[in-house]
Design a protein around this ligand. Structure first.
Ligand code: GLN
Length: 264
C-alpha cells in the first residue's frame, strides 16, 4: 500500500493580504495536490497565530494588499514571526509571495502615504512608492524566469520549454534589488520591479517573490507543481515525481494572452 502524502499550506494573512485575488494561488496549489491524491491542509497564519505555527507548514503563500493593510501586517510580523518565516525559508520551504508580500520581505517599504514600513529584512530589496499621483504599474505582464536554479528546474518540469510567466500586475511601489538579491526574471512585457531595470521579482532559497498577480499560479500551473514537488521532497527526503495533469485549458489561455501581447 503506497503512503498517502500530506501537504500543509501556510496562508499568510488571508483576510488582510488578499486584495488582488491571490487566494487563487492557494486554491490552485491545494487542488493540484489533491488531484494527485495528496492530503492537503490550508493553515491560516494570521494576527492571532503563534509565530512557531509556520514551522508546521510545508509551503507558504502570501498575497497582495493596499498600503494600509501592509502596515497593519508588518506591525504584526515584526520580531518573532519575521524570524520564524526567515528560518523556514532559509531551511528551503517553497513559497509564493505576491506584490505586497515581497515588499514586506525586503528591507523596507515607503508607501505612497504614511510612514516608512520597516520590512522583515529577509530579501535584499527595498521598495519606494513614488507618490499617489504617480502612475501605478498596472497591466498584463510577461517575464522569463532567469533565477538560475529555478529556471533549470522549471525547464526540466516543462520538458525543455523556456519558463515564461504570464500574469497581471497592479502596484504603485517600485522595488530595487540589492547586490545580494537574485532577480526572479527578466521582463518581456510590462513593468516588473520598477519599470526601469527590466527585472521582475526576486528568488530567495525556494521563495518566489513576484509582482505578478493573475493570480499567478492558475495562469502558470507548473509553478504549483514545482512548489508541491519541492515541499514534498523536503518533507519526505526522497525524490517525488508528480503525475502529469491535463493543463490544456491553462495552456490555451496562456497562448491566447501571448498572442494578444504579440509575444512568440
Ligand atoms: N500596496 C502595494 C503597492 O501599491 C502593493 C500592491 C499589491 O499588493 N498589488 O505597491
Amino acid at each position: 500500500m503506497t503512503q498517502v502524502l500530506e501537504l500543509k499550506i501556510g496562508w499568510l494573512y488571508p483576510t488582510l493580504m488578499s486584495t488582488y485575488g491571490d487566494r487563487g494561488n492557494v486554491i490552485a496549489i491545494q487542488q493540484r495536490a489533491q488531484w494527485r491524491g495528496i492530503n492537503v491542509e490550508v493553515i491560516p497564519y494570521d494576527r492571532d497565530s503563534d509565530p512557531d505555527l509556520i514551522h508546521q507548514v510545508d509551503i507558504m503563500a502570501g498575497g497582495g494588499a493596499q498600503d494600509r493593510q501592509q502596515e497593519i501586517v508588518m506591525r504584526d510580523l515584526a520580531g518573532a514571526k519575521a524570524a520564524a518565516i526567515k528560518a523556514k525559508l532559509d531551511a528551503g520551504a517553497p513559497g509564493v509571495f505576491t506584490c505586497g508580500s515581497p515588499q514586506l520581505l525586503g528591507k523596507f517599504y515607503e508607501p505612497g502615504l504614511g510612514e516608512k514600513i520597516e520590512g522583515m529584512n529577509i530579501i535584499d530589496l527595498e521598495t519606494k512608492h513614488p507618490g499617489i499621483d504617480t502612475q501605478r504599474c498596472i497591466g498584463n505582464v510577461v517575464f522569463e524566469i532567469t533565477a538560475k536554479r529555478l529556471a533549470a528546474e522549471l525547464t526540466e518540469l516543462l520538458g525543455g520549454q523556456k519558463p515564461l510567466i504570464v500574469g497581471f500586475e497592479n502596484h504603485g511601489g517600485r522595488t530595487f534589488l540589492g547586490p545580494n538579491a537574485e532577480a526572479l526574471g527578466k521582463v518581456i512585457k510590462g513593468y516588473g520591479n520598477n519599470a526601469t531595470d527590466g527585472t521582475e521579482g526576486a528568488f530567495y532559497h525556494n521563495a518566489i517573490a513576484t509582482y505578478s498577480h493573475g493570480p499567478l499560479i492558475p495562469k502558470n500551473p507548473f509553478i504549483a507543481d514545482w512548489m508541491i514537488k519541492t515541499a514534498l521532497q523536503n518533507k519526505y527526503q526522497t525524490e517525488i515525481d508528480l503525475a502529469p495533469l491535463d493543463d490544456s485549458l491553462a495552456d490555451r489561455a496562456r497562448a491566447a494572452m501571448l498572442k494578444r501581447l504579440e509575444i512568440n
